[in-house]
Design a protein around this ligand. Sequence first.
Ligand code: TDO
Length: 185
Amino acid sequence: MKITETALPGVLILEPRRFGDDRGWFMESWNRETLRGHGIEIDFVQDNHSYSAQRGTVRGLHYQSPPHAQAKLVRVGRGTVRDVAVDARRGSTTYGRHVAVDLSAENGRQLLVPAGFLHGFATLTPDVELLYKCSDVYAPDCDGAVAWDDPDLGIDWGVAPGEETLSAKDAVAPRLADWTSPFSA
Ligand SMILES: Cc1cn([C@H]2C[C@H](O)[C@@H](COP(=O)(O)OP(=O)(O)O[C@H]3O[C@@H](C)C(=O)[C@@H](O)[C@H]3O)O2)c(=O)[nH]c1=O
């Protein structure tokens, strides 16, 4: 397991070891003891799996408020995404800053997004399957979104203007400056 720190504290790139042979490859996509050995102790309770048909699909930027805030461990089973985490913890020295990492089925990278960060992704290929573990259950009353294309965030999603496919919820999400974060550092 290779672990790479990013510009944001707690946002980590994980690359599990792949064992290749004539048949293809094998990897442990998640192992609690291995992560514990790296000082990562997260009690994941729900696995999610989404399919996006079109290139340019953007899901995000999403969060769940306390008491159902979620840490997420994100990976791709098919295709390629640009995965984004935004620090949303009021009082954090990196509030509003983001990390963007391309995750693909081929590169096997995973992004660890701690609670207190917004999360979203854009599909860079058609037919994307995204898989992620969550540290709390789905709680629709705590569900929220911030505008993915807020110019203050300055995120390069790798999607051309007008190419995006969005949910109705994401299309009307507030900008960061018009939103009160439920998270604090
Ligand atoms: C997230 C979620 C959704 N749903 C339902 C609600 C809704 O009817 C349908 C689609 O939900 P959404 O439009 O919120 O799905 P989606 O836009 O894929 O939302 C996800 O986006 C990524 C970026 C995240 O980080 C996730 O936490 C989650 O917010 O699935 C669940 O039943 N359980 C869940 O955990």
